[in-house]
Design a protein around this ligand. Structure first.
Ligand SMILES: [Zn+2]
Length: 359
């Protein structure tokens, strides 16, 4: 089968949909989706968008694959978890095998107010899809989406419940119109404390991918101003109609989309060392400067560092004992970020980082 025929065949079940059509396929092929967070939601959305033929996907994630991810994060396998591969890279490798006709760009980056502007500049996305697992990053993405007028497809899952809402900046309410402030740290359950049901991920990611496709084929008129809620255990569904808030007069109190105060993007909520939820580990945020991992491997050579991937160097510090007695482990990422495993104390983590990385 020659290439144009194969492409025609590949997408035929989609293009024969009267709602979709052949010209929409060309629009999708020219489009770019930025997926921030390649956990459960990000994996499922990326899989759907790659198979649908979105021409370019940028996948951004700071973490590595772990065994506990496999229950719901559909792009990873046991080998990825064994090798603790960076999620963005493992997902991109998998999607390259699914659809060789699209471009998938992995970015192993911690999305912060300092790093997000560059990610956006490099990608120039037509839509931003939320695959994050924390409110801080979501509010940061909401700021960026409103400031740059890029549609933002929010989604969240916890326990057996999920939520979804798509923001068309200027035309529909933003995240802060609906939830003005993020929940206080520690005030909400997380996937580590409350668990998460895999099917709840699938339904939210399905809603997100469908809205992303509508945006990318130029059918924003089909994206409804609604907050959808699902509980897959009780079979309850709720649809909150937000159309009254599409009127700018109804949104005039919103700090983000009415007053254009982008306080998350401006870094007013940043914390440079944060304890990682559910783990004996602390993350040191990137200062925005990249880390030369070859140089770091050379500096730390007495500890026999392991180069896990082009973007990750891991070293076990025999001289530093963790709270459980094992050596402290340091993971250095090319984006300048580090994870200190073996302590939950941000001050100690900063100290270890300063001692061995010198920043
Ligand atoms: Zn707003």
């Amino acid at each position: 089968m020659n290439e144009p025929t194969a492409q025609f065949e590949r997408y035929r079940r989609q293009t024969i949909l009267p709602e979709f059509g052949a010209s929409s396929q060309q629009s999708l092929a020219r489009s770019h989706a930025l997926i921030v967070g390649v956990g459960a939601l990000g994996c499922a959305s990326a899989d759907l968008l790659a198979r649908a033929g979105v021409g370019t996907l940028t996948l951004v994630d700071r973490d590595v694959v772990e065994l506990t991810n496999l229950q719901r994060q559909c792009l990873f396998d046991e080998a990825d978890a064994r090798e603790r591969r960076p999620k963005a890279e493992a997902a991109a490798a998998r999607l390259a095998r699914v659809n060789a006709g699209i471009r998938v760009e992995p970015r192993v980056v911690d999305v912060t107010s300092r790093t997000l502007p560059r990610v956006l500049r490099d990608a120039g996305p037509d839509v931003i899809v939320d695959g994050t697992d924390n409110a801080g990053t979501r509010y940061l993405l909401n700021d960026a989406a409103v400031r740059d007028s890029v549609p933002f497809v929010y989604g969240g899952v916890i326990g057996t419940r999920g939520m979804q809402m798509t923001i068309l900046p200027g035309a529909s309410p933003c995240l802060r119109c609906v939830f003005e402030e993020p929940p206080a740290p520690g005030s909400m359950p997380t996937c580590d404390t409350a668990g998460v049901l895999g099917p709840a991920v699938a339904i939210v990611a399905g809603c997100q991918a469908a809205d992303a496709i509508k945006v990318l084929i130029g059918r924003r008129d089909l994206v409804k101003p609604t907050l959808l809620e699902f509980d897959l255990w009780t079979s309850e569904r709720r649809r909150l109609d937000l159309s009254a808030m599409c009127d700018p007069a109804a949104r005039q109190r919103c700090p983000c989309c009415a007053k254009r105060s982008f306080e998350f993007l401006d870094g007013q909520h940043d914390d440079d060392a944060i304890k990682l939820c559910g783990k004996l580990a602390v993350q040191i945020a990137s200062t925005g400067r990249e880390c030369d991992l070859d140089q770091a491997a050379s500096t730390l050579r007495e500890f026999s560092p392991t180069r896990v991937s082009p973007s990750l160097l891991r070293v076990s510090l025999a001289g530093e004992r963790a709270e459980n007695g094992a050596p402290i482990e340091l993971s250095l990422f090319a984006d300048g970020r580090a994870i200190v495993d073996g302590t939950a104390d941000p001050a100690r983590a900063r100290g270890v980082y300063a001692k061995y990385v010198g920043a």
